[in-house]
Design a binder for this molecule. Sequence first.
Ligand SMILES: [Zn+2]
Length: 531
Amino acid sequence: MAKERLYLFDTTLRDGAQTNGVDFTLADKLAIANMLDGLGIDYVEGGYPGANPADTELFAKDRELKTTFTAFGMTRRPGRSASNDPGLAALLEAHADAICFVAKSWDYHVKVALKTTEEENLASIRDSVRAAKAKGREVLLDCEHFFDGYKANPKYALACAKAAYDEGARWVVLCDTNGGALPHEIEEIVAKVCKVIPGDHVGIHAHNDTEQAVANSLAAVRAGARQIQGTLNGLGERCGNANLVSLIPTLKLKKEFSESFDIGVSDAALTRLAQVSHTLDERLNRAPDRHAPYVGESAFATKAGIHASAIMKDPATYEHVKPETVGNKRKVLVSEQAGRSNVLAELERVGLKVDKNDARIGRLLEIVKEREATGYAYEAADASFELLARRTLGTVPNYFGVIQFDVNVEQRYNAKGDRVTVSMAVVKVKVGNENVISAAEGNGPVNALDQALRKDLGKYQKYIDGLKLTDYRVRILNSGTGAVTRVLIESEDEQGEHWTTVGVSPNIIDASFQALMDSIIYKLVKSGAPA
Ligand SMILES: [Zn+2]
């Protein structure tokens, strides 16, 4: 029997952006959208054009993603025509493949929050869907407070959903906005909705206030819904949204779902899931949740003892799925063999071919373990790992050496009498037989050091002209011996390729310097610069 298609809709960049402490820049949004696109998510909701400058800019031009890039916004305001509503106009102008409207579906909210009539709310839904369809957009309607609304007045909640569907909306999404519904309630109500609206036009948007957003999403699918909305790592206001990082492997690896449904995430993409989850945490400057299902560091970790020895004989004894299917690793004993396979997997991931019996693998493994113990994070910094591996395998030329550098920070008054802080860096580099001294100013010490370092690298300069730093993240780690600083630097080149490097030191400038050096050397290696 042919499988049914189940669609995934990611709202990390819209609902997830409501998370306390999360503030996405335009660069963050573009990077995350690309990551979701690569994963095979069907719909990526980018934000709310017109609501803030970053979202407006995000939708100012085509982003050329494979996913259905979706703009979010409200239906036309009550008492206005669709053509005379600036909010709706901004939404219709957005460069998006689809528009997801949000509308009230609880009669109580229509009266109290919207202060309008039930009929005017229905008219607003119909007019907005019609206007977006006329613009050639695919249309979704998020029915806000659908489950609470349905419990209070099923007829009206359904009328809202039906108004959008009848007008040609591709999806009607049932939202548990307050997150209080339980799985059996969701299953019952969604089943009733699917009698009126075909399930392959019904979506579920669950919040995690009873820690059942994932279960509620699955309950909705059992009842007939064919679109799930959620976020990476369950980001979202209050307790978060349904976690796609838990839902995706469940849908792909659990028979009840995998035998009935296909999703857009391939098996190969699934093996990158742990990396996707951790990359988002790095971008948010958060430590990944070690206990996150499927992707957490501890998700497949077993302490020594009878479990561990059973796992060594046959992993299936204590594992519900194979860790490598989601890009995670089994952690049993830190045996030479287990670690070796991890390093081999990493080498393969960065595209370095090494014979698995090469004695240097053992040496590399020791160095990685030693360095990770002091705070390096190679999973998040592939470029630094690749350099470390290449160096251990003996293939990185000594392009140049930094003989010394000096950075200062100065606070003074400028000509206008404003207090300003400026930094200056001087770097002395040896390239071949030539000594080069460069100085540069920057808005901070790391910026000044970066500018000075990349100002003149003699014969290598042409290889790094297109190099740009796109992100800089600092985390203070508390090791046993006191605090150290980990710096992660993300770079980009003229071909749009991104890579991340890492530096660790008790001194933030030194940690930054290491990461900057790795970034430059990685670029030289990648460009095939001669030794
Ligand atoms: Zn929501």
